[in-house]
Ligand binder design. Structure first.
Ligand SMILES: *Cc1c(COP(=O)(O)O)cnc(C)c1O
Length: 454
């Protein structure tokens, strides 16, 4: 019997990250400061270590992964590539469906792939403490883990509603030695100001980012770390696609379509960019490759947003990036895929979408849980609500193949497991989960407040 799991040996963990900035159809648009001037490396250096600033702006195609980082990756990498044979059979599709399973990391998602190198470069730069924000808790847990590995203190501002609703991810962070505060908090000036004005606020990712950045900017021993969106994070995630390529080589196949959920876009870029790199290099196998970014209907940055300069956070502390955005103060509905509730998207993912090289679709919440439960019952793994978005579209693609008889090879990114999201599944089973309409009016209001550049 053929194995459905395609595994690699520890020595096959990639030695270099792939940076798609070297292969974009036109030079990437630079980040801008609030006055419209091009952001200088020193300005980013206030909250990031030199190696990260360099990676953020680099046009080098390959960047070496430090030995110590690869040693830590060995705790769970290489991650398996799995053929979903039982799902194929149940759908009656001639397509071959594969998923890359990132839920094998200690934190349960792809996010440690960037948390570990970010912690490493900060320790190398003599930094003692890191601050960050977290919504549902996946990024906070990953940075807590990585900080522990490199002896860094980690302080996490967790959006108040999640802090109260998702106690288990908070306890994971505490188990890995991090301090976790409900945001807005009394720890920062902006937190105190917001609490004075709105004592009952549920908090937001934008507020939590502002708190984390304020603290990092004000202390020489402290830096800030972001879990998605920025170029260096997307590049760190390329390890997903680079491993998947090796795994497909072993079985003599190549994907026709690559599908991933898209929040800030790091995991999508991570799985897809190495294949798009083949396409840029003229590899015939990639000539007709399609890449599909899947986002929630309630937060559709790529499908309904505007491609322009905007801030990365709600308060306008960060430089502006050219990206698809719904407006930096847009507050999406409280869907259960917390990791997909971001107003913008990675600059490189945005640029490739604008160039027609990445497709995007928005799917409603209930349909994603339908797909996730079907998948769990056939393949065993209970997916994170974010990952359910990719499963929905992978199933839809496989059903199209059933109509046309095409034997396509479909690859999707199973970005994490859902073991700490069971209350979301509970709500789905009890019929309490709802679909949200596209909030056109709210988006329009937010877009009207965009900074006027680009
Ligand atoms: C954060 C998260 C996502 C979204 O990742 P991006 O890289 O920001 O697009 C998807 N799936 C899971 C499980 C996550 O934790």
């Amino acid at each position: 019997m053929e194995s459905t799991r395609i595994l690699l040996e520890a020595h096959e963990i990639p030695t270099h990250w792939y940076n798609i900035a070297a292969d974009l159809p036109s030079p990437p648009a630079p980040p801008l400061m609030a006055d419209g001037s091009v952001a200088r490396p020193e300005q980013l250096g206030a909250i990031f270590p030199p190696a990260i600033v360099e990676q953020e702006m680099s046009l080098e195609r390959w960047i070496e992964i430090p030995h110590e980082v690869r040693e830590i990756f060995r705790l769970w990498r290489p991650a398996p590539l799995v053929r979903a044979v039982r799902l194929e059979e149940a759908l009656g599709t001639p397509a071959k469906i594969f998923f890359k399973y990132e839920g094998v990391s200690p934190a349960g998602s792809h996010k440690p792939n960037s948390a570990v190198p970010q912690a490493y470069y900060n320790r190398e730069a003599g930094i003692r403490r890191l601050t960050t924000e977290t919504g549902a808790g996946q990024w906070g847990a990953s940075l807590a883990l990585a900080g522990q590995m490199f002896g860094l203190e980690v302080r996490i501002y967790m959006v108040r509603v999640s802090y109260d609703q998702k106690p288990y991810r908070r306890m994971m962070m505490q188990t890995w030695g991090a301090e976790v505060f409900s945001s807005p908090s009394q720890m920062t000036e902006c937190g105190r100001k917001i609490l004075a004005e709105m004592p009952d606020t549920a908090g937001s990712l934008g507020i939590a980012i502002s708190e984390a950045v304020e603290e990092a900017a004000g202390r020489a021993d402290t830096n800030y770390a972001l879990g998605s969106v920025l170029n260096h994070v997307v590049m760190h995630q390329s390890i997903i696609g680079l491993e998947a390529k090796k795994q497909f080589d072993k079985i003599g196949l190549y994907p026709d379509v690559v599908i991933g959920p898209c929040g800030g876009g790091s995991s999508l870029g991570g799985i897809a960019f190495p294949f798009l790199g083949d396409k840029a290099a003229g590899d015939k196998r990639a000539a007709n490759l399609r890449t599909v970014a899947v986002e929630p209907c309630s937060c559709p940055s790529l499908t309904k947003g505007r491609y322009t300069y905007d801030f990365g956070d709600a308060s306008g502390f960060t430089p502006m990036m050219k990206m698809y955005t719904l407006g930096h103060d847009f507050v999406p509905a409280g869907i259960h895929a917390g990791g997909l509730r971001y107003h913008g998207a990675s600059q490189h993912v945005s640029q490739l979408h604008a160039a027609g090289l990445i497709e995007a679709v928005a799917v409603p919440q209930l349909a994603t849980f339908d797909a996730g439960v079907q998948f769990a019952r056939l393949e065993g793994i209970i997916p994170a609500p974010e990952s359910c978005h990719a499963i929905r579209v992978a199933i839809d693609e496989a059903l199209k193949c059933k109509e046309t008889g095409e034997e396509k090879v479909i690859l999707f990114n199973l970005t994490g497991h859902g073991h700490f999201d069971m209350t979301s599944f509970e709500r789905y089973f009890s019929g309490d989960l709802e679909d949200y309409e596209y909030p056109a009016e709210e988006v329009e209001k937010s877009l009207a407040k965009l900074p006027r550049f680009g």
